[in-house]
Design a protein around this ligand. Sequence first.
Ligand code: ACM
Ligand code: ZN
Length: 480
Amino acid sequence: MLAVCMAAAFAAAHVAAGVPALVPMPREIDATGGECVLTRPPAIEVDGSVPAEGYRLSVTPDGVTIRHSDAAGLFYAKVTLRQLETRRGSEGAVCPCCEISDSPAFRWRGVHLDDVRHFFGKGTVKRILGEIAQYKFNMFHWHLTDSQAWLIDIPGYPELVNQGRGREFGEAVGPFRYTANDIREVLAYAAERHVTVVPEVEFPGHFGAALRAYPEFACPGGGKVMCIGNPDAVKFAEDVLDYVCELFPSEVIHIGGDECKREYWAKCPRCRAMMEREGMTDPGELQQWLTKRLSAHLAATGRRAIGWDEIFDGGVSLPSNTMGMCWRPADGVGAEGAGAAHGVANAGREVVMCPYSHCYFDYSQGLDEDPFDYFGRRSISLEKVYSFDPLSGVAPDARKFVVGAQCNNWSERTFALPDLEWKLWPRALALAEVLWTYPDPHRRDFARFASRAEEHRRRLLRDHVNCAGIANRKTERAAQ
Ligand code: ACM
Ligand code: ZN
């Protein structure tokens, strides 16, 4: 039997106002009064009327019932139940009695990690996966190749993983790589937590490590881009994708595509010959050709390509299942910023938003005092993340193509677990709440969020997760 202590005031400060300190805050919550002690496991019922990833949770003196329509919903109900626990009594966990009905606003709730500029390794990756799952993120975008290193062993190309070097690697000793078994271990850990791991292998830019291993894939004269006029280089890209698909079950595979310098193609005899053959007038069309080819290669085996928003530059028509990832904000600075990002949704292709105006957690968070170093000069405060509107600037009839958003954790200036966690938390709490509750304005009250986030910071610190402070943020004070 559940013991009930109707008269007791909740012990923890976070329920003082009668609303449990849940993050993200559920869609509907009715605190029915009093405390329930969980003396036995919840009753679990499948209910087809519950939305995907959603759940209904009933915490009553007679017991706890969870209704769900899929395994993720059951998982999130249990996460909520754990968050509801105010203390451990002698008979079991003590929770406020309540009725909750909940489901996420977006199906892509992501965290990205650049594991290349600094290598974190599978222990840290699993730890981050465990943390983000507790806040109902369901996508982990794993940046595995770049100019500094190539982290994933590809059969037939043994030199790739021997190229880790550069300022960030310093004197550290490797290996900076993942074997197939390492990756399987990470994937199993993620799957238990309902997180899909989306691997990113970058083409044709950010390609320096591959070119150090296989210089024949470069245009004569160098550069860090792949020679698209070289059929062996194109075959390499397809071999890599085939192997990545063998290893990763994710339907969506990230093929990169950002910040690609085109000047080498314009000077390369092989690329120029290809342009002539294909009737191309601009070297940028070579990238469009490659993106089409790799997207079609993935689509032929039932997968979907996703690429940074540049892959849609020039109004190219890509396979209908190709997705875009928008990092250049609509109000962005720079010639290409404005409009390019939301062009993906406006072109009728599904899109994940991660504009550097709100979602780059390698940028400063505006703390009065901060022991860590950040990338660039921009600042993204906790409040700014909380104000993020993933649909901002997207034409009303294109909004249905926005499937969600993610934070990007580039690691040029992020060195190890302590600063990685510090930059992620508490800002990821704010993003989780935006992605779960959008657009419901009554749940988007920053002051109330900040007080719940304070409680979660306390819990994170108790669990040895290095969460930055909620208060004492320059940016918020300056804005007042
Ligand atoms: C990016 O930040 N270059 C995607
Ligand atoms: Zn070339």
